[in-house]
Write a protein that binds this ligand. Sequence first.
Ligand SMILES: [Cu+2]
Length: 508
Amino acid sequence: MKYVVCVAAMTAMAFLAACTEGARDRGVSPAGAGAVYAAPAPTVPASIDFGPPQGEPIHAVLASPPHVPPPIQRNYPARVIVDLEVIEKEMPIADGATYTFWTFGGTVPGSFIRVRQGDTVEFHLKNAPGNKMPHNIDLHSVIGPGGGAAASFTAPGHESTFTFKALHAGLYVYHCATTPVGMHIADGMYGLILVEPPQGLPKVDHEYYVMQGDFYTTGDYHAKGHQSFDMQKAIAEQPTYVLFNGSEGALTGANALTAKTGETVRLFMGNGGPSLLSSFHVIGEVFDRVWLDGFAHPQEDMQTVPVPPGSAVTVQFRTTVPGTYALVDHAIFRAFNKGALGALKVDGPENKAVYSGKLADAEYTGDHDAANPQVAAPAVNPPAAAPLTREGQIAAGKQLFDGICAACHQANGQGLPGVFPPLAKSDFLAADPRRAMSIVTHGLSGKIQVGGHEYDSMMPPLSQLTDDDVANVLTYVINSWGNPGGQFNAKEVAKARAGSAPVVVAEH
Ligand SMILES: [Cu+2]
């Protein structure tokens, strides 16, 4: 828009000087002589020097994801001291898999920083003595060469200090910019700094901190044990994992974000990259307001928000209907096959006028369509350390069943007549239990008989499940709902996976 306006002004050749960022601040219209520029209700001036810091210096309160420091109550610019320590440490990246992350403050993403527009930030970057690498910080809210990178270059066991004035209000990414930059970012070195506008942000019930990143490990998705950084995969931009908050499951299950119905939720969502653009979406919600980077002009009623690497958005919505809402990168294989899945659990009374839930399931004899799997839970694995007992396998398998299989085979394995065969008291399963391993890893299609009824449908291969996952879920199934009992292990699953598609002998 601004570009179009400036082109128009350039043809008039009179107001060329107005074609700058400053046009809005000076209250000059680039389009009309002497007219007062009436910007569309600017809630925040773009960039203003608020004068020198006042009062005593203040120590910033930092927060670890998914938490956010409290809103700022000050009405004057201050000198704000930020102490941030770089820590290189091993942490889980998925169940049973670890990675050596490089962190700002011990977490991925790094500590959340919150200041007020006009504040002078006195930044202390500390590189922990046990670390192996030098690091620095480039904050996108800094106006100055490198965003602070050169000024903050710090060897292990050292501390660098520099100051900057937060001239622009907005939500900004910070990251390490030490060579090789891509590797420092891929190892988790990014976070967010919120520069609040002087009047603050509208009050909400919940504020959360979520950041996406792509990770490149030497092993495959869900490979167990310690994983190293894979430079070739990183250069090819082919991540093993795409994650919210640095590990699979960081925002699901017991770690899900929470709210009650009728509450307002604000997510500060950033993308550290290094490479993939996020198509950020919350399944089952529409964002009331979305601010891209700065807070001047919100977009309303948005479904999916593009968040490029090195950028951040603030999204806000009101919860209405109880349930679990999945946070995803809508480039959807990343959500279900690379880990980019989070959850917001909303508790409260039903609101049948807004959402009825399923009202009826009637027979339909037209062309039947393939199954429509519901949101699958991420694969839940027991830690690799000790092999599980049968009871442990059953417990782990139940979680997987509820998250993945139940979408089709239903909660108690009873199936849906004519569409999804029952796994409860399944004579088809009992006739050849070992065959189930190839069914899960290869999928199944074609006519089968279960419990005297014919099914001619399709089960997709569930190739995102590891050998352990498959062994556990089948051990659960074979020991539930009147099935004959037994046990499966990862080794035989691996064999079945390497073998051919399931053989179904027609029953007479
Ligand atoms: Cu670094």
